[in-house]
Each structure stands twice: as structure tokens, then as C-alpha cells.
Design a binder for this molecule. Sequence first.
Ligand code: IMP
Ligand code: MG
Length: 191
Amino acid sequence: MSTEPSKIATTEFTNPNLEVLYNEEQISERIKSLGTQITSDYSGKELVLVGVLKGSCIFMADLMRSIDLNLTIDFMAVSSYKDGTRSTGDVEILKDLSNPIRGKHVIVVEDIVDTGLTLSRLLEILGSRGAASIRLASFLDKPEPRIKTELKIDYTGFVVPNKFVVGYGLDAAGRYRNLPFIAVVVNPAEA
Ligand code: IMP
Ligand code: MG
């Protein structure tokens, strides 16, 4: 008989440090309904979806496939400076749009709005470029830590509690973006 202790096999998706908040089915249902709403709101308009890298990549891919319109996509990458763990609102553009947005109807596609400092600054920057309209779609809304309370999220996937969440594009130090669900990290020190 083996004297080795038995090991419980866990994988990244079954990591016991993750507590599922919204599963694949709930996410897919919610995004279909956002897509239907956007399809009706932007009928006949020139729509550009602007994804904010990297966190929005999965939301962007699913959302655009649920919008039944003639549209284009573009991406931006920004780094928001943090003062400890909180963003300061200083935003540096690491990758700008590939095409002008003058005269276009823009929806900025983001993973999560927390303090709102990053998005407010980004919307300010895009606001000076002559777009016909700019709206915001955020997969998650974490309203409790909001500093920029005037920031309006036009299309929200889910409202989440004031906890660190990962998965479906959102990361903890680069990890967990590939989870097909949204989860709370139970013990952030072990993340
Ligand atoms: P804000 O400027 O505080 O709104 O910060 C927004 C950015 O911080 C988001 O785009 C995310 O990249 C990151 N962030 C905020 N909260 C979380 C979270 O719970 N999980 C993962 N990333 C988060
Ligand atoms: Mg982000």
C-alpha cells in the first residue's frame, strides 16, 4: 500500500481560491440582452466599438457578436497610475486608436468601472476628437469605491460587490483572464 498522501486534483478553473459570482450561462444571457439593446439603439448609425485592452478582450468578442449591425472595432491600451492600490486618474495612452472617430458613434467597451478615474480621463481624451456620440459599456460596475460619481455607464453587464473579482478578461497580476466565469478571489494573498 502506498504511504503517499492522496492529492486532490485541482485545475485553474476549479481553483478553491475562487468563488464563482456569475457563470458562463448567466454571462452569455446578459450579453445577448445588451447586444439586443445596442442593436436597437444604434440602428442606421455608424457604430465603432472601442475596446480598452487588455481586460475588455473577452467582453468585446462576445458583445460584438451579439450586435446585429454594420459596425467596426478599434482598441486602445492605457495604463492608469496607482497610488498604492488606488488609481490616481493619471492615464497614459500605450496604444491609441488606429482610425479617427470623427463623425462616428462610439461605444467604449471596458471590463470594470471601479473608482471611475481611468474611464473619466479616457472619455475626456476621446471627447475632444469630434465623435458624433460617445457612450460607455462596462461588463462590470463596482459602484462602492466610485470617486467619479458623475460617470454614466450606459450599458452595464452586472453590478458587483466591493471585492476583487477576476475572470472573463479581468486579472489579478496578469492571472485568471482566461476563466470563463466571473469569480471573487477568496484569499487575495494566495492569488
Ligand atoms: P478605476 O480607474 O479605479 O475605475 O480602475 C479601473 C481599472 O482597474 C479596471 O479597468 C481594471 O483594470 C482594474 N480593476 C478595478 N477593480 C478590479 C477588480 O475587481 N478586478 C480586476 N481588475 C480591477
Ligand atoms: Mg481595465
